[in-house]
Design a protein around this ligand. Structure first.
Ligand SMILES: Nc1ncnc2c1ncn2[C@@H]1O[C@H](COP(=O)(O)OP(=O)(O)OP(=O)(O)O)[C@@H](O)[C@H]1O
Length: 476
């Protein structure tokens, strides 16, 4: 086994939430990056991937555990570790050459040597002739080349890449990725190992020798997989596709829990389709996993209604006829993994689709939804929302308790901030509001920031439950 370059031992990190309470982002992360390997880090948005990278880069300290670089504890930035950011992070007023030289200047290197090394890095990454250009004169792909040259010029042992290709259009991102891999394979890079954070499963499989998947809340290594394929790899090859499918399966497993009876017994007894839907939805649990009910503060996936409907419609139509592997569906809809995974999660949460081993299939209820007119779609959506998403049920129930049938959003935000940071609490409430509006469960006044029951909401509540909705269990 190759010697380790970076080692993380039981690393933990917490940030302060809006109310001042610490919120654990990483817990007990153990990880070793070895010489001559590329490791890809995947995980849901917010699972702590960038935080982990920033800790290794020495940009922020870990709160717990140890970070070793070549067997020595890491304090602050290490000379041998370079990082490429998604946002390029170039100085707009400096030329390409000056941006690339920057890291060397900080090390006190003499001007002539700086210029020589920068020219070499610029040449390596294909930017000859642009040394005097300003970032604004360059395309996105060229700007990221500058970002990479700037990281490589210090000849880092370890190159960290935080979604380095995701701000680029697909073709440019793939071309740059392949060029980096060619340099790596031909050992033209000074770098001994790379750790890349990505949202693209295919990118991870194309690049990495090992793929790690971080679990969320708190982030910890949930799964790892070796990718023992020779390079160059063919993105359409059977080996790559099989691994991509396997990772989709892992990443979508455990995101879904079994859905209890979709409709109350009284309604289901008179509605055979609903009863079928209830049975189908109860089969949603990933095989072999004990599922837990959603919590009030569940980080609802960022899923736009229009896109959810678009995905359901694609899934329903030929060639899928109700079932598709996620990679294929992603290709067909041109959705990136970053967009596709939250959409599939939302559909599964709502019992409209079912996720199993990387395949998404319509449930009978989902099929009914696709085939329905707008009003019936809204009504189905609202009923599913109130029965499956505790936050929505809580909002709906609270509004019912109010004589004026409306409440400010503040108390709900406050509740979410007990466990989520301010930005995430805001995002989750926004999703619950958008979903609630579509399901006509409640409405939102953008002028006043108040949530209100729409006209006729009583009938939705009555259809959803024969009892008034009970408040959900508060977050642990
Ligand atoms: N400086 C900070 N202060 C407070 N909270 C932070 C800070 N940096 C990150 N967080 C929070 O930590 C969590 C993890 O963030 P991080 O950026 O590491 O996740 P990620 O997996 O890289 O997400 P994404 O894939 O969306 O980039 C998020 O909830 C984020 O809001």
């Amino acid at each position: 086994m190759n010697p380790p370059i970076v080692e993380l031992r039981r690393v933990g990190k917490a940030f302060q939430a809006a109310d001042g309470a610490p919120r654990t982002v990483l817990a007990d992360v153990d990880f070793t990056l070895r010489e001559n390997e590329i490791v890809a880090l995947l995980g849901q948005s917010g699972s702590g991937k960038s935080t982990l990278l920033r800790i290794i880069a020495g940009l922020i300290p870990a709160d717990r555990g140890e970070v070793l670089y070549r067997q020595q504890p890491l304090h602050g930035t290490a000379r041998g570790i370079g990082m490429v950011f998604q946002s390029f992070a170039l100085f707009p007023w400096l030329t390409v050459q000056q941006n690339v030289e920057l890291g060397l200047e900080a090390r006190g290197m003499a001007g002539a040597e700086r210029a020589r090394r920068a020219a070499q890095a610029i040449g390596l990454i294909g930017l000859q002739g642009f040394e005097g250009a300003l970032p604004r004169e360059l395309s996105g792909g060229m700007r990221q080349r500058v970002g990479i040259a700037r990281a490589l010029v210090v000849e880092p042992d370890v190159l960290l890449m935080d979604e380095a290709f995701s701000a680029l259009d697909v073709l440019t991102g793939e071309r740059l990725r392949d060029e980096i891999l060619d340099l790596w394979t031909a050992r033209q890079m000074p770098t001994r190992s790379m750790l890349i954070v990505s949202h693209s499963i295919e990118e991870a499989v194309m690049m990495a020798d090992r793929v790690l998947i971080l679990a969320s809340d708190p982030g910890r290594v949930r799964y790892q997989m070796s990718v023992g394929l020779p390079r160059p790899r063919d993105p359409d090859g059977a080996d790559v596709r099989a691994l991509v499918d396997e990772i989709y399966g892992v990443m979508t497993a455990g995101r879904v829990r079994p859905v209890p009876a979709v409709f109350p017994a009284a309604t289901a007894a008179t509605d055979a389709t609903d009863a079928t839907a209830a049975t189908a939805a109860a089969a949603l649990a990933p095989v072999g996993e004990e599922a837990e009910p959603l919590r009030l503060d569940h980080r609802l996936p960022q899923a736009d209604i229009g896109r959810m409907e678009g995905l359901l419609e694609r899934l329903h139509a030929a060639p899928f006829h109700g079932r598709a592997g996620l990679p294929r569906l992603g290709e067909d809809t041109e959705l990136t993994d970053e967009d596709l995974l939250p959409l599939t999660e939302a559909l599964a949460l709502l019992g409209l689709a079912q996720l199993e081993r990387g395949d998404l299939s319509l449930t009978p209820l989902g099929k009914r939804y696709v085939e329905a007119e707008h009003a019936e779609r809204q009504s189905l959506f609202g009923r599913q929302l109130l029965s499956q998403v505790p936050l929505a049920a809580h909002i709906h129930h609270s509004l019912h308790q109010e004589p004026g049938r409306e409440l400010p959003q503040g108390p709900f935000l406050h509740l979410l901030r007990d466990s989520l940071d301010a930005e995430e609490a805001e995002r989750v409430l926004r999703v619950a509001i958008e979903w609630g509006r579509h399901g006509t469960a409640y409405d939102y006044d953008y002028r006043t920031g108040r949530i209100q029951l729409p006209e006729g909401a009583a009938s939705l509540a009555a259809k959803t439950s024969s009892q008034p909705p009970s408040p959900p269990t508060p977050p642990a």
